[in-house]
Design a protein around this ligand. Structure first.
Ligand SMILES: Cc1cc2nc3c(=O)[nH]c(=O)nc-3n(C[C@H](O)[C@H](O)[C@H](O)COP(=O)(O)OP(=O)(O)OC[C@H]3O[C@@H](n4cnc5c(N)ncnc54)[C@H](O)[C@@H]3O)c2cc1C
Length: 337
């Protein structure tokens, strides 16, 4: 049986949701294609988190619990990860495309002499027929991500090297529910964390800044684009407030300085999946759409009936947002009274 490993990133003493999402996806793929799921848990005082990883879908948790890992240090984490992964030789190794995952995964890939696909928006397992050698490879990881500025989706394979390493965007898969009846094996490792790696970086202080807006867990997002302008954003903010939602934006709106980057949805912003996504004055460029297309209900408000956003919208309002939004706001305000 093959193995899929997932890097379990620990943030503020808990396994981060973006790693749990990957444990859930690995479990699905493992059940479909016959792989076991292993979690790689690194840190200090983290042993106790292994149980949750099993409950979320891991069969095995590989723990390196060492004081040397009490603060995130790229070189030491890469050393610990590479030692465990090198010994276990999984077929697939997944990292969240978080800041830490994006930094750590390529280091581990270099140490293991394999490739990496960064920032995937989907992962699948399938057969691959090499068009050059004619060799058929079974159970290959398809690492799917937008490329050429988001104009095409590429499915990248690494058929000849193991592990196949990918970082996967936070938010594209759901966090699996806990199953308290699941049991699994916990294996402790004590890799050598001394030597050059320990000397090269000394972490003196860690400062954490919270994001101003949490778009990924928002149930309702009202997003504005270039069509809105600064005045339109006042209406968008009011509508979001009345609906109990968050404000999103296209890159054009962020670039214009009407709203900060942490509100940007899309290829170079966040991937979101709210219950309701209202796109106001947004044309529906592919780079925007990849970040919101999996929303449950998409409502588009645009004065151009040919705008591409209407192709993916469940409901479309063709009209001037400066006419449509005040009416919606008025109706909602009346309901509140
Ligand atoms: C590598 C790369 C990464 C990118 N990443 C992202 C990303 O993460 N997110 C993102 O959004 N974009 C991204 N882009 C940019 C993307 O290609 C588009 O340029 C951008 O999404 C356009 O934003 P927009 O829809 O707000 O503006 P426009 O395309 O200019 O659309 C404005 C829309 O507003 C409508 N409108 C105008 N006035 C009104 C009105 N009064 N009432 C109603 N409708 C009105 C117009 O009909 C039009 O459809 C990226 C591009 C590249 C190359």
């Amino acid at each position: 049986m093959g193995k899929i490993f997932v890097y379990a990133e620990v943030v503020d003493g808990a396994v981060a949701d973006h790693s749990l999402e990957l444990v859930g996806r690995a479990r699905e793929l493992g059940d479909q294609h016959g792989f076991t799921v292993g979690a790689l848990l690194l840190g200090y005082g983290v042993r106790g988190l292994a149980e949750e990883l099993v409950q979320r879908g891991a069969d095995e948790v590989h723990v390196v619990d060492s004081e040397a890992l009490s603060r995130y240090n790229l070189l030491l984490y890469a050393q610990a990860a590479a030692e465990v992964v090198g010994a276990e030789n999984p077929d697939i190794l997944l990292f969240p495309a978080s800041i830490t995952g994006r930094e750590l995964a390529p280091r581990v890939a270099v140490k293991l002499g394999t490739g990496i696909t960064a920032d995937c928006t989907a992962i699948e397992i399938g057969e691959y027929l090499d068009p050059i050698t004619g060799v058929r490879h079974e159970k290959v990881l398809y690492q799917i991500r937008p490329t050429f500025g988001g104009t095409i989706m590429a499915a990248i394979v690494t058929p000849n090297h193991r592990p196949q390493i990918a970082t996967v965007r936070p938010g594209v898969y759901p966090v699996p529910p806990r199953d308290t009846s699941r049991t699994g094996r916990v294996r402790e490792w004590s890799p050598d964390l001394g030597g050059r790696a320990a000397e090269l970086i000394e972490v003196l202080e860690v400062r954490r800044e919270r994001r101003g807006v949490d778009l990924r867990s928002a149930r309702i997002i009202v997003s504005g684009g270039r069509g809105a302008g600064p005045e339109g954003f006042k209406l968008i903010r009011r509508l979001a407030e009345l609906l109990g939602g968050e404000v999103g934006a296209s890159r054009a709106a962020v670039d214009a300085g009407w709203i900060s980057y942490d509100h940007q949805v899309g290829l170079s912003g966040q991937t979101v999946k709210p219950d309701i996504y209202i796109a106001v004055g947004i044309s529906g460029a592919i780079q925007h759409v990849v970040g919101m297309k999996d929303s449950k209900v998409i409502i588009a408000i645009n004065k151009d009936p040919e705008a591409p956003i209407f192709r993916i919208a469940d409901y479309g309002i063709v009209g001037d947002l400066f006419v449509v939004l005040p009416k919606l706001i008025e109706r909602l305000e009346k309901q509140r009274r």
